[in-house]
Design a protein around this ligand. Structure first.
Ligand SMILES: Cc1cc2nc3c(=O)[nH]c(=O)nc-3n(C[C@H](O)[C@H](O)[C@H](O)COP(=O)(O)OP(=O)(O)OC[C@H]3O[C@@H](n4cnc5c(N)ncnc54)[C@H](O)[C@@H]3O)c2cc1C
Length: 265
């Protein structure tokens, strides 16, 4: 099925975009990591959200989720690995599945991960973000898996099940070794582990990795007043577009992004 709109991230910006789409009777798929695991849900009380003072982060997300579902938004748990405009559509890959929509709204919040030493240089040369996409290349070969993705265990098990020789390590302080191809990793404790591939399975993926060619400004997604990015059919909203990193702004941008994403198809 081709959706009218695909939203990446079920925080306040993404869920508001979904609500806006349903209010216009458009089909919408929201793909997100577990929404109630978001750092926002740890906020015990937020006092500056207009009209709903003293609400907790968890309460707000649960209310937005309930509203979006009640209005008919489709919600899927999962991590979007890439988003690519193709003709009249945007294609999103989620694990080994692909979803198609007329437009997409990136509402991924702040990507809290800074690249590891060696990561950018060796991306595509042994560094991978997707077990399903690249796992088969490493059958019977030593690989290292690190990350904090909600499906980390499942993905690690998958890599083992297809014959990869997996070593799991902790992500913080990890260094990826190799000049033109991955040769190993160095852990924070200084141990060197030789390997042919490194799978970095993070909960948050930097926007430019998610949508190749996406223009950034000061590390955030560059948008115009319609919340359009430089890529056709891809809009962005919320913390991922930059300061202020606040709820009311996220919600307003989510509404605006969905409005133009649907209008301009
Ligand atoms: C502890 C805390 C307290 C805060 N208190 C306040 C306050 O009092 N007032 C205020 O105005 N603001 C507050 N904020 C800031 C506010 O929470 C953010 O501005 C707001 O949550 C931004 O919403 P968002 O939808 O842009 O992003 P987020 O709420 O971060 O949601 C993004 C969602 O997208 C998911 N995601 C990311 N990448 C992917 C991917 N590739 N595939 C699938 N899913 C993905 C994430 O897991 C997350 O669930 C607080 C934040 C925190 C952490």
């Amino acid at each position: 099925m081709k959706y009218d709109l695909l939203v990446v991230g079920a925080g306040p910006a993404g869920l508001t975009a979904a609500i806006q789409a349903r209010a216009r009777d458009k089909s919408v798929l929201v793909v997100s990591n577990e929404p109630t695991a978001s750092p926002l849900c740890k906020a015990p009380q937020m006092d500056n959200y207009p009209g709903i003072p003293h609400i907790s982060g968890l309460d707000l997300v649960e209310r937005l989720l309930a509203q979006a579902k009640e209005m008919g938004a489709q919600l899927r748990l999962g991590r979007v690995l890439s988003l690519i405009p193709l003709g009249e559509s945007v294609m999103a890959s989620i694990g080994d599945q692909v979803e198609e929509a007329g437009a997409a709204v990136l509402a991924t919040g702040v990507a809290r991960a800074t690249p590891l030493k060696g990561e950018e240089k060796l991306l595509g040369r042994g560094v991978s973000y997707c077990a399903t996409c690249d796992g088969m290349f490493y059958r019977d070969r030593p690989i290292v898996v690190a990350g904090d993705a909600p499906d980390l265990e499942e993905e690690t098990e998958y890599l083992r099940s297809i014959g990869c020789l997996v070593t799991s390590v902790r992500l913080p302080g990890l260094e990826i070794l190799g000049d033109t191809q991955v040769t190993g990793v160095r852990t924070a404790a200084g141990a060197e582990i030789p390997c042919d591939g490194v799978f970095l399975l993070r909960a948050s993926i930097a926007p430019a990795q998610l949508a190749p060619g996406l223009e950034l400004e000061h590390g955030y997604i560059k948008v115009d007043g319609r919340m359009a990015t430089n890529l056709p059919r891809i809009y962005a909203a919320g913390d991922c577009t930059g300061q202020p990193l606040q709820l009311a702004k996220a919600v307003g941008q989510g509404q605006t992004a969905a409005h133009y994403a649907l209008l301009e198809q």
